[in-house]
Design a protein around this ligand. Structure first.
Ligand code: DOR
Length: 448
């Protein structure tokens, strides 16, 4: 069993930053304390005052396997994730085939075993006609049920009203939704197509995938959840308008009860805004769309004020060639896992919130929300999923991108923090410049 002692670290955990040492024994955190002493055989890491965080848990990624491996796969994207300080991921069902039954779900877990560098969970997907499979979901087998209440990459729109109602009534796991009203989007798209043909300028994307489309669909999801008492998590909130619909306050309330309806936003909504379409075009085309500077400011504030509960990536790689197609054919989505934590820490450098809040939204909250067993916190007995961050600036270069698609919307951006080391299940997985060792990701367990 390998033992590692990390000394002189500045731990960021459960709302606090404090100086401490942390001892890893095997896969677990064995001790957190001051002046822990090394034992024979220990690997000693001097953190020299750098910040030590629990590894991030990304509750929304598209790693594309099976079926879309020309864009990405579990091995390539989990490598990018650990390089970025993300030690667990929850992957979306819009693969090929889509994850619509227990067989497809277990196939994904089998694929990840021995190949994923980060810990993994896979979502079950809903469709207009898999209600029986949804009712039969094993709550310990998946973080939740993904419902596309708006059409996006893949063909998974659930728009039959009776089916939606039954899903919200009967799902045995948390429902997570993509909320954008497809008829509203289709009407706007037809208008822009009439004017521009297929080559609509990218800057109109937020007018086509509009705030009205988001608001309408999010309202419907909340209405269904309130009607049935559903545990609902609305993904990738992109507008100021939707924020008014959510409860303000911590995920776990003072009386120990938890919010039943929660909200997530994504890193690209915090780092980009409408003006960036001129420079980045389809690189930042995603669904829902990146909207206005005022939405970006409102989302930053909503994270700071506990209106939004979770920060994630919606990492959705497409090849560079695919992204060069005219607007109507250029796929939506951008690769994010490798630079998401440093981008979030850039928000800290800018003074929007502190590092403890990043940890709260990107590690603690997803662990609590999905009942992830023994991860997401720096606690004795928990798995040693850790990330050491140093405040040394670096500039993102294309040659450093580990995602298979080989590009990043952050190329040329300078971040003031970098990932110095990542440990997954107690073992070093990233040393600040290279991947280390064999993949050691484990299947996430859901304690419910
Ligand atoms: O931009 C997006 N890309 N939004 C989605 O909902 C799906 C994702 C993808 O899979 O490419």
């Amino acid at each position: 069993m390998s033992h590692t002692l990390i000394v002189n670290a500045r731990l960021v955990n459960e709302g606090r930053e404090f100086e401490a040492d942390l001892r890893i024994e095997g896969e677990r955190i064995a001790a957190i304390g001051s002046s822990l002493s090394a034992r024979p055989g220990d690997t000693v890491v001097d953190a020299a005052g750098r910040r030590l965080l629990p590894g991030m848990i990304d509750d929304q990624v598209h790693f594309r396997e099976p079926g879309l491996e020309h864009k990405a796969d579990i091995a390539s994207e989990s490598a990018a994730a650990v390089a970025g300080g993300l030690t667990s991921f929850m992957d979306m069902p819009n693969t090929s085939p889509p994850t619509l039954d227990a067989t497809a779900l277990e196939d994904k877990y089998a694929r990840a075993a021995g190949r994923a560098r980060a810990n993994y969970g896979f979502y079950f997907g809903a469709s207009n006609d898999n209600l029986e499979a949804v009712r039969g979901i094993d709550p310990r087998a998946t973080p939740g049920l993904k419902v596309f209440m708006g059409a996006s990459t893949g063909n998974m729109l659930v728009d039959a009203p009776d089916t939606l109602d039954a899903i919200f009534r009967d799902a045995p796991v948390p429902i997570i939704t993509h909320c954008e009203d497809t008829p509203t989007i289709d009407a706007a798209l037809a208008e822009y197509r009439a004017k521009y043909g297929d080559d609509i300028p990218a800057r109109f994307h937020p007018d086509i995938r509009s705030r009205e489309a988001c608001l309408k669909s999010t309202r419907l999801a909340l209405e269904l959840a309130r009607r049935h008492g559903t545990r609902l998590h609305v993904l990738h909130i992109s507008t100021a308008d939707e924020l008014a619909l959510f409860e303000r306050g911590p995920l776990v309330r003072a009386d120990g009860s938890r919010k039943r309806i929660t909200a997530e936003t994504c890193i690209h909504f915090l780092r980009f805004e409408r003006a960036d379409y001129e420079r980045l075009g389809h690189q930042i085309k995603c669904n829902p769309a990146i909207k206005d500077a005022s939405d970006r400011a409102a989302l930053l504030q909503a994270l700071a004020e506990d209106v939004v509960d979770v920060l994630a990536t919606d990492h959705a790689p497409h090849t560079w060639e695919e992204k060069q197609a005219p607007y109507v054919r250029a796929p939506s989505g951008l690769p994010l896992v490798q630079f998401a934590l440093v981008a979030a820490l850039e928000c800290v450098h800018e003074g929007h919130f502190d590092a403890a809040r990043v940890v709260q939204k990107f590690a603690h909250a997803p662990a609590q929300l999905f009942d992830v067993k023994e991860r997401g916190f720096l606690r004795e007995g928990y798995y040693a999923d850790l990330v050491l961050v140093e405040d040394t600036p670096f500039t993102v270069r294309r040659e450093d991108v580990l995602s298979r698609c080989g590009w990043s919307p952050f190329e040329g951006s300078t971040f003031r923090s970098r990932i110095a080391s990542t440990w997954v299940n107690g073992t070093l997985a990233w040393d600040g410049s290279a991947l280390v060792g064999a993949p050691r990701g484990r299947r996430l367990e859901f304690d419910r």
